[in-house]
Design a protein around this ligand. Structure first.
Ligand code: APR
Length: 308
């Protein structure tokens, strides 16, 4: 069973994409009475119409997550137009701690993937609260940043996004670091295929993508996160060992420790199996330092217990 904690926009979108993949039964949990049950019922009807063999249930009882192999945490406040993800730090740290407590109790053998923002700091809170091996706690949003980079590059290149390997490193936030030199089409780096002006435009569009969606529709993105969660979940459930840019606790990789940042990670049934270290130029490393320092600053604003 796959449990999704948080039956809001991201959680229900993830449930929809997961349902279409018929990976496993799905449980939606939320603290709001009726919401997960109602969403699950609507999705179950959709599954019935599509002829899918998947059981979807909703609950307000965390005990129901017993036996989950995978827990997707999409609980927490989303940003509103004009807000940064970082402004959600204090409010969402409490929610993540609360959810971690329930996971520890009822799904002690699971892999946890979360979307709650600010993503990297929340992944660190989840990791500290669970006290598990770092491989079992993954922050999702690098898949989204990378997907957005591939999308904008594909528009300039006239190449399918599926044929682009996009690399974004560092923080999931304004300080993220798209790396055009390491993002390739059949091995050809983007910075050899596009003008400097086009590259700058693509990078800016990628960094601003979440804010743009929030501004345009009045609430933050959900289909992109839902789709990204579903492909990551598939890699865990089927032990596919696909590589995703995702936020994990670093222990010396890229020269950082006790911090979370987006890096390429092999994801399978044990979670984050291996971090891929990319060779960076001096300039790229300097920019990554700045990005990772932005995460460190957020972690330093968290209660003392998370910093030791
Ligand atoms: N336990 C379970 N569910 C909770 C808890 C909790 N302690 N606290 C809040 N929730 C639920 C809310 O009741 C709500 O249904 O989380 C859900 C969040 O849904 P939305 O408000 O629609 O937010 P969404 O857009 O889905 O974003 C969720 O993911 O991408 C991030 O920034 C985003 O932090 C946000 C999170």
């Amino acid at each position: 069973m796959i449990t999704i904690v948080g039956a809001g926009r991201v959680g229900t979108s993830a449930a929809l994409f997961l349902m279409l993949k018929e990976l496993d039964d799905i449980l939606l949990i939320d603290i709001i009475k009726g919401r997960p049950q109602g969403e699950a019922l609507d999705l179950a009807h959709a599954a019935s119409i599509l002829g899918l063999s998947v059981d979807i249930r909703g609950s307000n009882n965390f005990e129901d997550m017993k036996g989950s192999q995978l827990v997707l945490v999409t609980a927490g406040f989303p940003r509103k137009p004009g807000m940064t993800r970082e402004e959600l730090l204090e409010k969402n740290a409490g929610i993540v701690a609360d959810v971690a407590d329930k996971i520890k109790k009822y799904a002690p053998d699971s892999i946890v993937i979360l979307t709650t923002n600010p993503l990297d700091a929340m992944t660190y809170v989840m990791y500290k609260e669970l006290g598990w091996d770092r491989s079992r706690v993954i922050g999702f949003s690098g898949v989204l940043d990378a997907g957005r980079l591939a999308y904008y590059a594909s528009k300039k290149l006239g190449v399918s996004p599926a044929s682009i390997v996009p690399i974004v490193l560092g923080m999931h936030g304004q300080a993220m670091l798209p790396v055009p030199r390491l993002s390739t089409v059949s091995g050809a780096p983007l910075d050899t295929l596009l003008s400097q002006e086009d590259i700058e435009e693509i990078v800016e569009e990628t960094v601003q993508a979440g804010a743009k969606i929030t501004e345009l529709r009045g609430y933050s993105s959900s289909y992109g996160p839902g789709a990204g969660l579903a492909v990551m979940a598939e890699s865990v459930i089927k032990d596919q060992n696909k590589v995703f840019i995702s936020s994990v606790v670093l222990d010396g990789e890229y020269g950082y420790k006790n911090v979370v940042a987006e890096v390429p990670v092999i994801v399978g049934k044990e979670g984050a199996k291996k971090i891929i270290e990319l060779p960076l130029t001096e300039d790229e490393k300097k920019k990554l330092d700045e990005s990772v320092n932005a995460v460190k600053e957020l972690i330093n604003r968290l209660p003392e217990k998370y910093r030791s």
